[in-house]
Design a binder for this molecule. Sequence first.
Ligand code: VGL
Ligand code: ZN
Length: 192
Amino acid sequence: MTRTLIVADPQRDFCEGGSLGVAGGAAVVSRIDRLLNSDHGYAYVVATRDHHIKPGAHFSDEPDFVDSWPPHCVVGTPGAEFHDQLTFRDFAAVFNKGEYEPAYSAFEGATADGETLSHWLRARGVDQVDICGIATDYCVRATALDAVREGFETTVLLDLTAAVAPHRVEEISAELVKAGVTVNQQAGTSTS
Ligand code: VGL
Ligand code: ZN
């Protein structure tokens, strides 16, 4: 049993003050940071970054906040950086996604060397993944669905996520559970 924690997009633009700030984003980053600096027991901790260069219709001047968004996480801008409340930076790997097309799932990302998440995890014998980060309804959801599809035992740490549309979290949790994901509502309780 080799468990890895995937931290989805803990970036400035997804937190308060960022161009696509999600309510509660900074608080989630700081709770994740506390976990990362503790004796957490994960074999590996990896992160993803939304990493846009020219992602086409993902960016819009009139975003609908479903399929199109204000420009965010543009490579080389401060908004693409990890949030300042993330003091832990010792990730075993960082997977960038979305350079030239929208990409929500960590499994669509790759390291600077071009290695995909799924290859990276399998090379290390990882069979279980826990997922936290931003946003619950986009990166976290898509990553969890891909992870179960790829055969990983998958848990979403819901309390360590923040959503673009919080009113949809219940429906998304149900969708994830139906797909075979374990969803931890709060520390110590889970549905699967
Ligand atoms: C994401 C909105 C825009 C995500 C990416 O990965 O959660 N959300 N771009
Ligand atoms: Zn994006």
